[in-house]
Design a protein around this ligand. Structure first.
Ligand code: G3P
Ligand code: MG
Length: 242
């Protein structure tokens, strides 16, 4: 199935309306007409795959500590809703399998970001993709697998060779042509804060799709689309969808 990207991808769901990377947020995104979401897969200390962005618990959960040093038994009980709004109290850090079930049920496309520093990118991609491959149906667009971790991208090439993959970076790295060719990337994801029109042209001319994050204003999205950017990640996907 060819990579058919939407112009707008919900960044961690729809995080202005519901807690980021939560089951409630992914469901709300689907209900609002968002067709693809981006999310962050990482591992607990005991190697359970879960969906959560930060390395630390403090910002959005009721816990403390470093996710990769804590076991799933502790992480699974962490409330990620109450700090967002009392209305979302009881939302827990989701297991990756729970999110996969919801995505499949809602027929949502997904950009799986493997969230780990190297060298943990390898095992995070291995386990995260093993779970995704077990649940993803053949009649849904294959997930797009991305990471800042180069080891995670290399691992995803071996673990899910038929699924498209991409490199994420704040700024376009000097060796992007060599790295993306060697690892068979389909996409390159760059922060709008550093991306230039010339870079978009060079990346597109080289045959890759260009995605940019995190774009929360329509004017900025329109400028990027005008440059040839294929998709933008947004905290306000409904706004950009019009
Ligand atoms: O892939 C786009 C974006 O999600 C990358 O940054 O920190 O939000 O995971 P971050
Ligand atoms: Mg992310």
């Amino acid at each position: 199935m060819p990579l058919d990207l939407p112009r707008v991808i919900g960044h961690r769901g729809t995080p202005k309306r519901a807690p980021e990377n939560s089951l409630a947020g992914f469901a709300l995104a689907a209900e609002a007409g968002v067709t693809w979401v981006e999310l962050d897969v990482q591992l607990s200390a005991d190697l359970v795959p879960l969906v959560y962005h930060d390395h630390y618990l403090q910002r959005i959960s009721d816990g403390v500590g470093h996710t990769i040093e804590l076991n799933w038994d502790y992480l699974r009980e962490r409330d990620i809703g109450v700090k967002f709004s009392p209305e979302f109290a009881g939302q827990k850090i989701p297991h990756w399998d729970e999110v996969l079930d919801l995505l499949v049920e809602r027929r949502l496309g997904v950009n799986i970001e493997i969230k780990a520093d190297d060298p943990r990118g390898a095992i995070t991609a291995e386990i995260g993709l093993e779970h995704a491959l077990a649940k993803w149906p053949a009649d849904l667009a294959p997930p797009l697998v991305t990471s800042f971790s180069r080891i995670a991208i290399e691992t995803s090439r071996d673990a899910a060779p038929a699924w498209p993959r991409g490199l994420v970076a704040h700024a376009l790295p000097e060796d992007w042509r060599e790295f993306c060719a060697r690892t068979g990337c389909a996409t390159i994801h760059i922060s709008h804060e550093s991306l230039t029109q010339e870079q978009v042209k060079a990346i597109k001319d080289a045959g890759y799709a260009v995605l940019s994050y995190t774009v929360n204003e329509l004017e900025l999205a329109e400028k990027l689309w005008g440059w040839g950017v294929d998709s933008v990640f947004s905290d306000r996907p409904e706004l950009l969808l019009g």
